[in-house]
Design a protein around this ligand. Structure first.
Ligand code: DLL
Length: 448
């Protein structure tokens, strides 16, 4: 009884407003569409006048800015690919001279040049607003202590969250990634309410806390904003139960802005994509044809307000679905159903299409396994061979590993229909991420 009375109460949010920016977040859909059309026309005109690459492409496709009369006309515009940013490295797609910008970010690709993105002061202001909206949508409030473990630097995660949290009126702890023991100590000592990190790093934090005998569930954490990599519902349950917070999915990409493009609300029926600033489409990745609402395909995004780097029909390679039916939270913006993975990450195992997140969903929560895994792809003869490396939980003897591995093979086969090899490894054998986890080690020959 005494212990219950003395248990530290979770601080109730200082701010009980349902929305951060009600005027825009609850705009009726017809008005939202009218605003989008206005902004689309401005963006297309800006790109046409100020970015030679876009102008040449539009001329080649036989479309002029004046031809954009309805939102559907967006489908007449050519796509922009990640390769275009690389081919016009570093500033070739910018609509403003670089000396007029306020910031550059970049993401390192696995091969070749990084992709560089730029922001004017206005762009940074919009980004901070959208990030504040995103944090509020996830359940963060003014006065909260936000422990921001996204990497600071060229990656958009750290600074994107940082300025959004400040704009919201929260108190930011700009810890960045790494130094996990210190992260645990500061979360506890500062009584952080909100954790921002990749989902895989959140689990690494939980693990280190447990090893140190610290129960973060007894602390002040209330909400976690997790994104920047695909994660499953099983991983959400794992994080929530080990950190004692509500784990919220949020999506974004540097080519479009960074974090702050879409976020889950309390209804958890998908991630609201901020349609006053972005136009979302889903296309068939093979043919490029637009797909009807509700169909699963590649997400394509056009920016509606970006000044420095307007993006026309950017092919994200991410697989999602759109839903525009009313949401219980009152926000009118379209929902992106959880991004299950990237087109590039899809494996075809004997004709079956598989995403790493499907494998994760099978592994997580299984007894005696720890939630750390990697998928190794090899070429054996003419066939792809998949080995799952997954860690055993603490306290098992190695003689039990073989049985566990057989169990994994069986469950993957019955849930996904593919045959894999499984190797159960000792606790700690899989490298921990401080940012985006590496889930797939592709050892297949490069020309495959
Ligand atoms: O990851 C921006 C970000 C930072 C988003 C922090 C959310 C939180 P990039 O490094 O350019 O930007 O990587 C973008 O990461 O195309 C997706 O493939 C993946 N991704 C981002 N968020 C999610 C998510 C940042 N919630 C790429 N679920 C995107 C699944 C995600 N994949």
């Amino acid at each position: 009884m005494v212990a219950t009375l003395l248990a530290p109460a979770r601080p109730s949010p200082a701010d009980t407003a349902r929305w951060y920016d009600p005027e825009h977040e609850t705009l009726p859909r017809e008005q939202l569409a009218a605003l989008q059309l206005l902004r689309l026309r401005e963006t297309v005109t800006r790109a046409y006048r100020q970015v030679p690459v876009h102008r040449q492409r539009m001329i080649a496709a036989g479309v002029e800015p004046e031809d954009i009369c309805r939102l559907d006309d967006v489908a007449r515009l050519p796509f922009t690919l990640k390769a275009d940013l690389r081919d016009h490295y570093p500033f070739g797609l910018f609509a403003q001279p670089v000396e007029q910008l306020a910031r550059l970010h970049a993401s390192s690709g696995t091969t070749g040049k990084p992709t560089v993105v730029g922001y004017t002061h206005d762009d940074l202001n919009t980004w901070a607003e959208l990030m504040a909206r995103t944090l509020h949508c996830a359940g963060a409030r003014r006065g909260d202590i936000v422990h921001n473990a996204y990497g600071y630097g060229l990656f958009t995660g750290g600074l994107g969250m940082h300025y959004g949290a400040e704009r919201l009126g929260a108190v930011v702890v700009p810890i960045s990634g790494g130094g996990t023991e210190r992260q645990v100590a500061l979360i506890q000592d500062f009584r952080a309410n909100v954790l921002c990190s990749t989902p895989s790093y959140a689990l690494a934090i939980a693990e280190v806390a447990e090893q140190q005998g610290i129960d973060l569930r007894q602390g002040a954490l209330r909400v976690g904003l997790f994104g920047a990599e695909p994660w499953s519902e099983a991983m959400r349950r794992e994080i929530e139960s080990r950190l004692g917070l509500r784990a919220v999915d949020n999506y974004g990409l540097s080519e479009i802005m960074g974090p702050g493009v879409a976020c889950e609300c309390e209804a958890r029926g998908g991630l609201h994509g901020w349609e006053d600033h972005f136009l979302f489409e889903v296309i068939d990745p093979e043919t490029g044809a637009p797909l009807p609402e509700g169909a699963s395909g590649e997400l394509v995004i056009t920016t509606l307000t970006k000044q420095a780097l307007p993006m026309l029909r950017y092919r994200t390679r991410d697989i999602s679905r759109l839903a525009s039916a009313p949401c219980a939270c009152g926000r009118t913006h379209v929902r992106l159903l959880r991004v299950t993975g990237r087109n590039d990450d899809m494996m075809i195992v004997r004709g079956v299409n598989v995403f790493p997140s499907q494998i994760e969903a099978v592994l997580f929560g299984r007894p005696h396994l720890a939630p750390h895994y990697q998928i190794v792809l090899e070429r054996r003869g003419s066939l792809d061979h998949v080995t799952l490396e997954v860690e055993a939980a603490f306290g098992l003897t190695e003689s039990e590993y073989d049985n566990l591995a057989r169990d994994v093979v069986h469950h993957v086969k019955s849930a996904i229909g593919i045959t894999v090899e499984a190797r159960v490894l000792a606790p700690g054998a899989i490298p921990r991420s401080q940012g985006k986890a590496v889930r797939v080690r592709d050892l297949r020959p490069k020309d495959a």
